[in-house]
Structures are given as structure tokens and as C-alpha cells.
Write a new protein. Structure first.
Length: 171
């Protein structure tokens, strides 16, 4: 498996960026709020004919702007009540394997997201655990014992506020 195909990168400004009009932005905003929005409703909100709207969604998918449609799962209903962000500093010698380290962390069952950073820390791990004992054991077993990691800092998340609209016009 090609590791680079698994990595979502911030895209540099393209010399020929894809032109998105207001209808495209409405489609993206609506789908980011509810990926199950019926095409007829989506078309109505975007001011398009249903067939045109469907073609726009297909074009946005083919261009890689829409990468997928996902379920928003209440992790508390699965018994996961403790959420944390863990900042990790990687040993200088291990930095050449940063993506491999990120992939290993991503594959742990408690991991929700892994971010490769520039700045004070090298990696940021977003995890969900049943309780603080599980979180402590996770850090000790997977991070504290890993020779590639110099230090970790765990921050508990008390509340997470979802944005009301994730899509803003780039204009």
C-alpha cells in the first residue's frame, strides 16, 4: 500500500485552481452539514436543476474536492467518554520515519486522528478511551515505551464545538 495515498495533505496554492462558483459552494456547505441531503433538496438550495446538481457533485468527487461521505458517530454511545489530544515530540534520529510513526499511531484502536506538525511538537494524536485508566495505559504502552518519542503531553478535551458551517468561500 502506498503510504502517500493515505495522507491528507494541505494543498499548496495551485497555479490553475479549480474554479468553484456559488452553486458549488452551496453544494459543499450542504453536504458538509449532512452528506445524506437528497439531490432534489440540494439542487433547490443551490438553485440548480436536479440533473445539473448531480453532475456537479460527480465533478466535485472526480476533482478530489469531495473525498467521501462519512457518518458522524456518537462515540459516547459506544462507551468512549474520554477524549484527549496528545502532543508528541519525536527523537531527531526518528524524524526520517515520521510518516511511518504516524501510520503506526493511526492504526491503534483508540486513535481518531493523527496530525504531522511543524512547530513546537511533531505529532498530534486525537484519541478516545472509555476512561482515564484506559487513557493512562494507552499512553504508557504505546507512547512512553516507544524509543522514537522524546516526550508527550496529554490534554483532556472537555467539550468539542462543531462549526455551524465548515465551508467558507475562498474569495
Amino acid at each position: 500500500m502506498n503510504l502517500n495515498s493515505e495522507v491528507i495533505r494541505a494543498r499548496p496554492r495551485q497555479s490553475n485552481p479549480i474554479h468553484l462558483d456559488e452553486a458549488d459552494m452551496v453544494i459543499l456547505r450542504e453536504l458538509s452539514q449532512d452528506a445524506r441531503t437528497p439531490n432534489n433538496l440540494l439542487a433547490s438550495r443551490a438553485g440548480l436543476a436536479p440533473s445539473t446538481c448531480l453532475n456537479r457533485v460527480r465533478a466535485l468527487r472526480q476533482a478530489g474536492i469531495i473525498r467521501g461521505f462519512h457518518a458522524d458517530i456518537d462515540l459516547g454511545s459506544l462507551g468512549l467518554y474520554i477524549f484527549a489530544l496528545i502532543s508528541i515530540n519525536v527523537h531527531g534520529q526518528a524524524r526520517k520515519n515520521m510518516l511511518e510513526l504516524a501510520r503506526e499511531l493511526r492504526d491503534l484502536p483508540q486513535t481518531l486522528n493523527v496530525f504531522v506538525l511543524g512547530g513546537e511538537h511533531d505529532l498530534l494524536l486525537h484519541v478516545a478511551c472509555a476512561n482515564t485508566t484506559e487513557l493512562r495505559d494507552f499512553v504508557a504502552a504505546n507512547l512512553g515505551s516507544n524509543q522514537a518519542f522524546v516526550s508527550t503531553q496529554t490534554t483532556l478535551i472537555f467539550e468539542h464545538m462543531q462549526p455551524t458551517s465548515r465551508i467558507q468561500s475562498a474569495r
